[in-house]
Write a protein that binds this ligand. Structure first.
Ligand SMILES: *Cc1c(COP(=O)(O)O)cnc(C)c1O
Length: 473
């Protein structure tokens, strides 16, 4: 199993190389040279597996045994996907919301330590990084910017891990009290929270400036764990397989998935699962008011927007107007034509759009890839959260509500529609209260977390200050 760049750079890489490197040398993203297949017999055998063993089976298709041996990979998945970390033995249990829309189910992906789906992949990534860095006898300084879920998922995955330090920038005073407590209460010596007096973009700009200082970057071995990380995508494929198996009893049945989308990381994993042969009928891509992806799938025009034109919404983890993983899907859409992708992304990287509406590939997209897209608004979220609660007793968060809303009219008789629960409602309590009239109650452990002392260094926006903090370790 080798990986190639979407923009045609001839150098091929192994899984463990792709794991630690960000972009390919030509600025493209890495993808498997050919997608592995899942046979009918494998799918049948996998029905009996616990989640961690299924994760091992799926990931084995993406990791050559002379890269990471099978027993090591099995040990890492077994240590990751436990009831202690994810709350249930099923890890991603399904629940029906039939009373809201017949055939609809929710797949819980948010019972990990930070109560959002990013834990599903990031928890494994923490162990993979520790293993790989240990083997290379290296230390990695992960530098990132967060407005919420990504930063906390990275910190909880990397805390206490050997060979990894995390320096996470967040906009001072702009995250919810819950999100602040989650990140800043961590006591681990390898976790460094830096609150920047500014907005998220100021944090992002500092990260870019530090990373563009190639000498500093090399000297301090700076890395990232952002959503283009292939290790994250591959770990996300597992829960699509699991969701399919849990909702069916025979491989002749199909299911559909509804996915709250921003950077196209989650649904990319669903797309790959479908290409590998998991019997998925439709992949429903749901956006909020930042509907760049819905516009593409409905018109063939991809028009990314600058961050100034990105709306702040009540499903904030989807407030993205340039989907970093989308290039990987378009590479498949155009049958691996790297030259074409390179020229399209030369436009995108200049802030321009592209229009493929008249190509046969776009015209055949829905039939070939099963992707259907729609948009949900603030008012839709409130109505959906309220109706799902009133009709089923189930409380969902704002991002999950976007998926449920868009998928509702797309359910086909006899095909379960599984909406992916990407966060728990307690993380977005204010909006949930607007919908149902009360805030989701905090558990005892969450209340205790809110009361813990917080560790954070507050700074004015300054590249030099951040470099000094990283250099001091
Ligand atoms: C990150 C995130 C998303 C968006 O996922 P992508 O992989 O960026 O499409 C949706 N909902 C929640 C709660 C998230 O944290």
């Amino acid at each position: 199993m080798k990986y190639i760049s979407t923009r045609g750079h001839p150098q091929k890489q192994s899984f463990s190389q792709v794991l630690l490197s960000g972009l390919a040398e030509d600025g493209g993203l890495m993808l498997p040279e050919t997608l592995p297949k899942i046979t009918d017999a494998e799918l049948t055998a996998w029905r009996a597996l616990p989640y961690h063993a299924l994760a091992h089976a799926v990931l084995s298709k993406f990791v050559a045994t002379d890269d990471i041996d099978s027993a090591t990979l099995a040990g890492l998945t077994k240590a990751t996907y436990t009831k202690e970390v994810f709350d249930t033995d099923e890890i991603t249990p399904l629940r029906s919301i039939d009373g809201y829309a017949p055939g609809m189910q929710i797949q819980a992906l948010s019972n990990g330590p930070t109560l959002a789906f990013k834990d599903m992949a990031m928890q494994l990534l923490g162990r993979l990084f520790e293993f790989e860095l240990g083997r290379q006898n290296k230390t990695l300084n992960i530098l990132g910017a967060t407005s919420g879920d990504t930063g906390s998922a990275a910190e909880y995955a990397m805390r206490g891990r050997k060979g990894v330090n995390v320096f996470m920038l967040s906009p001072a005073g702009r995250m919810s009290a819950f999100q602040r407590a989650q990140m800043y209460s961590l006591q681990d010596a390898n976790i460094h929270n830096i609150a920047v007096e500014g907005v998220f973009d100021d944090c992002q700009d500092i990260v870019k400036a530090v990373s563009n200082d190639l000498e500093f970057k090399r000297k301090h071995n700076i890395g990232t764990v952002n959503s283009i990380n292939w290790g994250r995508i591959s770990a996300q494929i597992v829960y699509y397989v699991r969701g399919y198996l849990a909702a069916t009893t025979s491989n002749s049945q199909k299911v559909s998935f509804a996915v709250p989308s921003g950077n196209f990381g989650n649904i990319l994993a669903g797309h790959i699962a479908r290409e590998m042969g998991v019997p998925i009928d439709t992949l429903v891509l749901a956006t909020n008011e930042n509907n760049v992806l819905a516009e593409f799938f409905n018109t063939g025009v991809y028009r990314p927007r600058p961050s100034k034109k990105t709306f702040e919404t009540s499903s904030p983890s989807m407030d993205i107007s340039k989907a970093s993983n989308f290039e990987r899907f378009v590479f498949h859409l155009f049958n691996g034509d790297a030259e074409r992708i390179a020229s399209m992304w030369r436009e995108v990287d200049q802030g321009r759009s592209f229009d493929v509406s008249q190509t046969p590939e776009f015209k055949g997209l829905r039939e070939r890839f099963g992707i259907v897209a729609g948009t949900s608004t603030h008012a839709d979220r409130l109505t959906t959260i309220r109706e799902v609660y009133e009709k089923t007793g189930s409380l969902i968060d704002t991002h999950t509500a976007d998926a449920v809303k868009v998928a509702r009219t797309l359910v086909k008789p006899g095909v379960p529609m599984i909406a992916l629960e990407t966060a728990l409602p307690v993380k977005f309590a204010e909006t949930v209260k607007l919908a149902v009239g009360f805030e989701p109650p905090l558990s005892d452990a969450q209340q205790a977390m809110m009361a813990l002392p917080q560790h954070v260094t507050q700074i004015t926006p300054s590249v030099e200050r951040v470099k000094a903090i990283v250099a001091a370790g």
